[in-house]
Write a protein that binds this ligand. Structure first.
Ligand SMILES: Nc1ncnc2c1ncn2[C@@H]1O[C@H](COP(=O)(O)OP(=O)(O)OP(=O)(O)O)[C@@H](O)[C@H]1O
Ligand SMILES: [Mg+2]
Length: 366
């Protein structure tokens, strides 16, 4: 998929801007705080319906304006179409060819984003890894987002109920119906996660081997708060979950919290037998992220027949030559890439792919 044209109106510090990006590499350089990341945010927002920087969408509207629009003209292998986002305080409309869209306007994310903050996927808390999985891997299964919402809704209700029981306003028995719901959606989520890992894991493994010149091996493991193994069926997970709830019941009431389930699970990236979170070097941790991102590009291509657009915010030139080249080899000639950097001196893409260079200064692209 290619972005052929982008028009911004009152989008952050861009009052009125249009560009016609090139195929393959589009490089935006400029000093800090000029608007480079804002451009990536605009593309991401159009394709996914959400910003990657804020949930308060009114922050996006230029300070001196009362609305903002982003227009994207996109081309896939089969058609050309328009995406438009209209923002006003408290309102967001996303249109695909003039028709109102809900959820993902494209039915799939359409972009893969890599920012310096992504290192938390390896280094951060389990919550960061769950967030990564739910937002970047979950969309490979159509039902995942819906089932996850159901689970989270049940979780909130059940935690409220645990508080009521602890404070003696309700009897223990009232928990049963919520336990069933929790196990039902929870076992679905875990089953889907295991299935997704079965598809995603080998792609990451192969890439990781290539990125390390065949020297290192990675395994992604699902660490569950339930005693399940990676081959458990949905029914087995349901039963395990249900049994385990009985044993933690008292603790859950005392703490008024649901203590087990997919909302407590984690992933581990194991490099040659050691957890990369604890033992990985900076370079190894970056390589994990790079493999996770390129794997998404490959998987989306398999799923949809289209390559997503790749957005690299301030990360490319922090990778060493070997990893930069690996990225170009994987993406070059097929994926449209938007790259930002404060440095123009270290841009040294000596591949023969078409590239366009832009300078960003005070909300203007030159
Ligand atoms: N709603 C808004 N209205 C006007 N300006 C805004 C708005 N939101 C953010 N900005 C401005 O946009 C600029 C930041 O843009 P951006 O994050 O794209 O910078 P950048 O070029 O990526 O910088 P860096 O190299 O530091 O990452 C800041 O100057 C900020 O004040
Ligand atoms: Mg930036």
């Amino acid at each position: 998929m290619y972005l052929k044209r982008l028009e911004l109106t009152n989008f952050r510090n861009f009052l009125s801007q249009d560009i016609e990006p090139g195929l393959f590499f589009n490089i935006f350089t400029g000093k800090n705080a000029q608007g480079k990341t804002n451009i990536l945010e605009a593309i991401y927002l159009c394709c996914t319906g959400k910003s990657f920087r804020t949930v308060k969408e009114k922050e996006i509207i230029n300070w001196n304006a009362d609305f903002s629009t982003i227009y994207c003209l996109l081309e896939t292998s089969v058609r050309e179409f328009e995406l438009k986002v209209l923002l006003s305080p408290g309102q967001k409309k996303i249109m695909v060819n003039g028709t109102l869209a809900r959820g993902y306007p494209l039915k799939w994310p359409g972009v893969v984003l890599f920012t310096p903050g992504d290192l938390v996927i390896v280094k951060g808390s389990p919550q960061e890894r769950r967030h990564f999985f739910d937002s970047e891997i979950g969309p490979f299964k159509a039902q995942y987002g819906f089932e996850l919402n159901q689970y989270q809704r049940v979780l909130i209700q059940r935690n409220n109920l645990l508080r009521e029981i602890r404070d003696k306003r309700l009897k223990n028995e009232s928990l049963q119906v919520w336990n069933e719901q929790l196990c039902r959606y929870g076992s679905k989520i875990i089953t889907m996660r295991l299935e997704l890992l079965k598809r995603f894991g080998p792609v990451v493994q192969k890439l990781f081997r290539e990125l390390t010149g065949g020297m290192e091996k990675i395994d992604i493991r699902y660490l569950s708060s339930l005693k399940i193994n990676q081959l458990s069926t949905e029914r087995e997970i349901y039963n395990q979950f249900n049994d385990h709830l009985t044993s933690v019941k008292q603790q859950e009431i005392e703490r008024a919290q649901s203590l087990i389930g997919p909302h407590r699970d984690d992933l581990a990236f194991i490099i040659d037998g050691n957890d990369a979170r604890i033992y990985g070097s900076q370079g190894q941790q970056r390589t994990v992220i790079l493999a996770l991102k390129i794997a998404q590009i490959k998987m989306w291509h398999i799923e949809t027949g289209e390559y997503p657009i790749l957005l690299l915010d301030d990360v490319l030139f922090e990778l060493d030559r070997v990893r930069q080249d690996a990225l170009f080899d994987q993406a070059g000639g097929a994926v449209q890439v938007f790259i930002t950097s404060t440095e123009s001196s270290n841009i040294n893409i000596n591949h023969s792919y078409v590239k366009k260079l832009y300078t960003v200064s005070k909300g203007k692209i030159i």
